[in-house]
Write a protein that binds this ligand. Structure first.
Ligand code: ATP
Ligand code: MG
Length: 262
């Protein structure tokens, strides 16, 4: 089968395997994510979702396999968290993404401050860019929040919005959301989902991981089901309804249960 050119993909895993000692957490994972596409990664506890994300974000290397980001091969022997940032891979976690006591605009530039010739931070420029990200990229409209607000004044959903906006502004390739709505109220979950829609509108790729199937369904273009370290299904949203996806997963887990009991 002829393969599309590598640079057509935002992200590509080729035969990625991960062993923890003798335990195989990922078996020959082959996965491509297009630009402008959000993929919902679905699977039970322990399926291997976070392990896949950690390989991508440079937390640990795979045992074998290849990884391409924006068409470029990543050297997995030297891959690291800072290198993943440089390659345009950004992760949004619940609550851990922002410094609580800081003012908002500073949060956009942690680790990537814009400096004036004598080493002072270019406050004016950073604030202007932060304002631009808030208004344009994430569409914050008034509501009493400005670039001078403290992160602690923001709701959980708004914090996720800022983290997503920051990721969109600085990192073009892939934004990973691993359970970004855990412990949020329904209203806040709605805000996060609206921000995730913006990832795609702005031409970025995303991986969305959540145990809430309805949320995954809403924000994703494609669903990849992972079970005990293997991809067992890969479906386009246009091919399957939410109800059918739920039934598929239920039947699938029942099938597995039956097999285990044999
Ligand atoms: N650092 C580690 N050392 C040893 N085993 C690990 C490590 N990290 C993950 N595992 C194992 O790898 C498998 C996959 O775990 P992973 O965290 O990727 O699952 P997950 O799909 O993210 O699950 P959840 O939905 O519960 O977050 C599990 O069996 C887990 O115990
Ligand atoms: Mg996990």
């Amino acid at each position: 089968m002829p393969e599309a050119p590598l640079d057509a993909d935002a992200l590509r895993f080729v035969d990625i395997e991960k062993y923890f000692g003798l335990v195989c957490a990922l078996k020959k994972i082959n996965l491509r994510i297009r630009k402008n596409e959000v993929v919902g990664l679905i699977g039970d506890n322990g399926a291997g979702k976070s392990t896949l994300v950690k390989i991508l974000t440079g937390v640990f290397p795979p045992t074998s396999g290849e990884l391409y980001v924006g068409g470029k091969r990543i050297d997995l022997k030297t891959h690291s968290v800072p290198k993943a940032h440089k390659a345009g891979i950004e992760t949004v976690y619940q609550d851990r993404s922002l410094g609580d006591k800081q003012v908002l605009w500073r949060n956009f530039f942690v680790g990537r401050e814009m400096l004036l010739p004598f080493g002072f931070i270019n406050v004016k420029k950073e604030k202007a860019i932060a304002r631009e990200i808030m208004m344009t990229t994430i569409g914050f409209r008034g509501e009493g929040i400005t670039v001078d607000s403290r992160v602690s004044e923001l709701s959980g959903g708004e914090r996720q919005g800022v983290a997503i906006g920051r990721a969109m502004h600085f990192h073009a390739n892939v934004i990973i959301l691993d359970e970004p709505t855990v412990a949020l109220s329904l209203k806040e979950v709605r805000k996060v989902l609206n921000f995730v829609h913006k990832i795609k509108e702005n031409g970025h790729a995303g991986i969305y991981i959540s145990h809430d199937l309805q949320d995954v369904y809403e924000v994703s273009d494609r669903f990849v089901v992972i079970d005990r370290g293997e991809i067992v299904a890969d479906m386009e949203k246009k091919e399957i309804s939410l109800k059918a996806l739920g039934e598929f997963l239920l039947e699938y887990s029942h099938g597995l249960k039956d097999k285990k009991e044999l």
